[in-house]
Design a protein around this ligand. Structure first.
Ligand code: MOS
Length: 745
């Protein structure tokens, strides 16, 4: 069917103006009558017990309504059973205020509710808390002997454990012409979205709540509240239309939601709980991870033996894992593999998915290892990737649904000017600065989940589409509107995408780069169903010019249903509505991958990343002067919002390579740089010329839209590309991220 030109056009974000003018309302900004404010009190010790909490003074303070602790907290259904949210790893979910046990530094131990936020925050400093401290373990390397295989659970569906060993790694490695043996590490990272976590709970009568929550999943939060507090699902509504960045931190319901709901139900009042910036460091993080790679290659550069082991931090109550080691054999078709992933339980809060979890960690080790092989064999790094190019995913022996990575390498190298690189380290200079070119591959999942959508044709000829999905700043509102406009043959002005409300049709959490591939097809299906219904009504109208037509013979364009072979045979949607007595026409659809075929092919998004760095050895500065990412991610619905996603990912990757790290003082068990002044992220002066190139890729397997997702691919290849560029510039290979200049000394 011929399409109206919506998909593929660079439409600016429909909510952009609301956001930049301060008109968009965030979860912590909704007003409510007689609103109360809660402030969370955090443990100042890392492990032990609360001996006593004295709340008497604080409760007498003017404006303080109540202090909740483990002693007086209401009994909720949840304290007696386990409820795991959509992103919970195997283990026991942490329950705030359940008991007096302290499991990690910063653990929420009380909630002070007052008439103003300032009062609650002030009163929180006056609580008399006595602890009994115990010794704790927070250092990954010191506690390595406690590493173990992670528990498996439902989460393993999306995060499959490493594949079983293949061939004979030890022998193949021993026999290899080139052998690498490298150790890698990176520290803790925190998501640090601009918007702080907040929940505004509107108490709508007995057991009925409306909640403005900062989340990446309205239905995930709704299910959590209903289960944890024993409420009916229909009595819990979670709304989250604007989200000031998620990056994974909103994939799990956060502590402020529990606290605000608990207080609202107990006090029968409207309550808001907002976390502050320091408390944003207590809600999950990318785990520090150690990696070991041993690759063996023959003299032509063919990699035939892959060993990749990752050891990551987890908490003592949940086994958080990522896909770190599964990628190498998906990319490079070695016959002999040994892949392992272990976790070390420590006295920290459970780590949490953070933008390209696992992928950005694993590709760092894999692609730096490949660079070393390239140097040992004197083969160009791009050429080495092409020598090891595979059309199948060797780890599953499945064909890729599509893979235009070769084009990414070739087009990316050409546009970047890779051929001007002199491979000799320290050979390129600009003035008194060393110049380095580095490249790497990026790879990420192309997943799809179940989604539902409703389409409503209104009497005025406009269409409302409904789905519970959030828009975490990725452009979801805009691309869903485009998809609907395209399918219905209407201008985007005629479409309203209503979203981010748990009462709307189902969407899973917004993460894993699967939103457009999940909700997009649901929207498309709903629009198709609406077209079908409209067509039937048009055909049945008196003297219909379409009475002999079939659905496949008509186009939906510019508000008309037209016979494709003769556009003069047309019926306007307005006339169909008139014949329908101007009653709205509603349809609902469910869209999900076909379980019989979906697993038959490997599905992935790919990228090739090229980076130029300048290193000033006298001033001690490393700068990424240029970076180009060529991406193959299936069909691009909106080149503007997609480019923004990849650019954001590239800056994120640059940050992982050169800037950000949360430092935990193992004598205190506490993160020491809990603010944006000391948690370094790139500022404008650190970000120079970034380019994104989308390579055409057609994929009719992943879904009918051919969409794979671009949310995370931008961040995956940058850390190794930057590392490799620094090696090329300086002749020094740094294996620990972030690479601060002192590591080069
Ligand atoms: Mo992303 S870490 O799946 O929000």
């Amino acid at each position: 069917m011929e399409k109206a030109p919506s998909i593929g056009t660079p439409v600016s974000r429909l909510e952009g103006r609301l956001k930049v003018t301060g008109t968009a309302k965030y979860a912590g900004e909704y007003d409510a009558p007689d609103l109360l404010y809660g402030y969370v009190v955090n443990s100042t010790i890392t492990k032990g017990k609360i001996k006593s909490v004295d709340i008497s003074e604080v409760e007498k303070m003017d404006g303080v309504i109540k202090v909740f602790t483990h002693k007086n907290r209401p009994s909720t259904a949840w304290f007696d059973f386990q409820y795991a949210d959509m992103d919970a790893p195997p283990g026991t979910v942490f329950k705030p205020l359940k008991d007096n046990i302290i499991r990690y530094n910063g653990q929420p131990i009380a909630l002070v509710v007052a008439e103003t936020f300032e009062m609650a925050r002030y009163a929180a400093t006056k609580l008399g808390i006595e602890y009994e401290e115990e010794t704790f373990e927070t250092d990954l390397e010191v506690n390595l002997e406690k590493s173990k295989d992670p528990k498996k659970g439902l989460a393993s569906l999306l995060k499959p454990p490493p594949p079983e060993p293949t061939g004979d790694f030890d022998k193949a490695y021993e026999d290899s012409f080139v052998k690498t043996d490298l150790m890698f590490s990176h520290g803790t990272e925190h998501h640090n979205p601009m918007e702080m976590y907040a929940s505004t709970v509107i108490y709508e009568g007995k057991d009925k709540l409306k909640i403005f929550d900062k989340t990446q999943g309205t239905i995930n939060s709704q299910m959590y509240v209903a289960n944890v507090f024993g409420l009916k699902m229909k009595n819990v509504q979670v709304i989250s239309p604007f989200v000031g960045g998620g990056f994974g931190s909103g994939l799990r319901p956060q502590q402020q939601l529990f606290m605000a709901v608990m207080a609202a139900l107990d006090l029968k009042r409207n309550v808001r709980v907002t976390l502050d910036r320091k408390q944003m460091y207590m809600i999950g993080h990318r785990p520090p991870t150690l990696q070991h790679t041993r690759f063996g290659a023959d003299k032509d550069g063919k990699v035939n033996a892959i060993y990749h082991k990752a050891t990551g931090e987890t908490s003592k109550f949940e086994d958080y894992v990522e896909i770190v080691v599964n990628w190498a054999n998906m990319l490079y078709p070695a016959e002999n593999t040994l892949l392992e992933h272990q976790v070390v339980p420590l006295d920290v809060y459970t780590p949490l998915d953070m933008r390209a979890p696992g992928g950005s960690t694993g590709m760092h080790a894999i692609e730096v290892t490949m660079d070393e092989i390239a140097y040992q064999l004197n083969i160009d790094p791009v050429e080495l990737r092409l020598i090891n190019y595979s059309e199948i995913d060797k780890s599953s022996d499945k064909e890729f649904s599509s893979k235009q990575l070769r084009e990414c390498y070739l087009k990316g190298a050409e546009q970047f000017g890779w051929s001007q690189r002199n491979p000799e380290p320290r050979s390129m200079r600009r003035g008194n600065k060393l110049v380095g070119y580095g490249m790497a591959t990026g790879m990420w999942d192309a997943n799809r989940m179940l989604g539902r959508a409703e389409a409503i044709l209104k009497p005025d000829g406009t269409v409302e589409i409904k789905n519970a999905v959030t828009d975490i700043g990725t452009g979801t509102l805009t691309v869903m509107t485009q998809i609907a406009a395209d399918e219905l043959g209407l201008p985007i002005e005629a479409i309203t995408f209503s979203y981010a409300d748990s009462k709307m049709p189902f969407a899973p959490i917004q993460g894993g780069s699967f939103t457009t591939a999940t909700v997009g097809p649901a929207v498309q299906e709903a629009c198709k169903a609406l077209n079908k219904k409209l067509f039937k009504k048009a055909r049945n109208m008196a003297n219909s010019v379409l009475k002999d037509a079939k659905l496949k013979d008509v186009d939906f364009r510019e508000g008309f249903i037209m016979l494709r072979s003769d556009y003069s045979k047309r019926i306007s949607i307005k006339d169909v509505m008139a014949a329908n007595n101007h009653e709205p026409i509603k349809v609902k659809s469910t869209a999900m991958p076909n379980p019989l075929t979906y697993g038959k092919k490997a599905r992935a998004v790919h990228s090739a990343v090229f980076v130029e760095v300048e290193v000033d050895e006298e001033l001690g500065m490393i700068e990424v002067k240029r970076a180009l990412t060529a991406v193959a991610a299936g069909r691009i619905i909106n080149p503007k919002t997609a480019e923004s996603q990849v650019l954001g990912g590239m800056i994120w990757g640059l940050s992982k390579a050169l800037h950000e790290e949360t430092i935990l003082d193992d004598r205190l068990g506490k993160y020491m740089n809990q603010n944006l002044g000391e948690y370094h992220i790139p500022v404008h002066a650190d970000v120079h010329d970034l380019q994104v190139l989308f390579v055409e890729e057609n994929d009719d397997f992943v879904n009918d839209l051919g969409v794979k997702g671009v949310g995370e691919i931008g961040g995956v290849g940058m850390p190794p590309a930057v590392t490799n560029a620094i090696y090329h510039a300086t002749g020094k290979r740094i294996y620990d991220l972030p690479i601060h200049f002192d590591k080069l000394l």
